[in-house]
Design a binder for this molecule. Structure first.
Ligand code: FEO
Length: 170
């Protein structure tokens, strides 16, 4: 059994990861509407990664004898006025998720829950990568997407992203 507060936060993180998946699917839909299929692909792969994150939190809770409580996933309600806005919002969202995971780590640390701290180590590293990737997308957009040819080439680059299952296995 886990500490009650840690278990509650891990349960809530499932919802946050599923919301992330929903948000990124919404962004993929936005780019699909604009015929930017590389951007669409990048966010579709991101959606798959977020779903995997949610399932890892679920499995960790089950492995530790905890029940999993699923709650309502909020509607992604952002509207985007240009191709850059989803990229900026994705970085902001990842920073929010990082803060959430850091908070669980902090509560686990205070409760000497070393097992959960070790589980979360993978996510701490993953969040570093996710923030870096989101930041790089913004930088590349600002550098290269100023004209249609540059946008076309960046879209082609983002088309190459492929889904890989998470390296963490529970
Ligand atoms: Fe699962 Fe992008 O945080």
């Amino acid at each position: 059994m886990l500490n009650k507060e840690v278990a509650k936060l891990l349960n809530e993180q499932i919802n946050k990861e599923l919301y992330s998946a929903y948000l990124y699917l919404d962004m993929a839909n936005y780019y699909a509407d604009q015929s930017l299929n590389g951007f669409e692909n990048w966010f579709f792969v991101q959606m798959q990664e977020e779903r995997d994150h949610a399932l890892l939190f679920r499995q960790y809770l089950l492995n530790n004898g905890e029940s999993v409580k699923l709650t309502q996933i909020a509607e992604p309600d952002k509207t985007y006025n240009n191709f850059r806005e989803p990229l900026a919002y994705a970085l902001e969202h990842e920073q929010f998720v990082t803060a959430s995971i850091n908070n669980i780590y902090d509560v686990a640390y205070k409760n000497k829950d070393f097992r959960t701290m070790q589980f979360l180590d993978w996510f701490i590293k993953e969040q570093g990568e996710e923030e870096k990737n989101s930041d790089e997308n913004i930088k590349k957009y600002d550098l290269f997407a100023g004209d249609p040819k540059g946008l076309y080439m960046l879209d082609n680059e983002l088309k190459a992203r492929v889904y890989a299952a998470p390296s963490l296995v529970l």
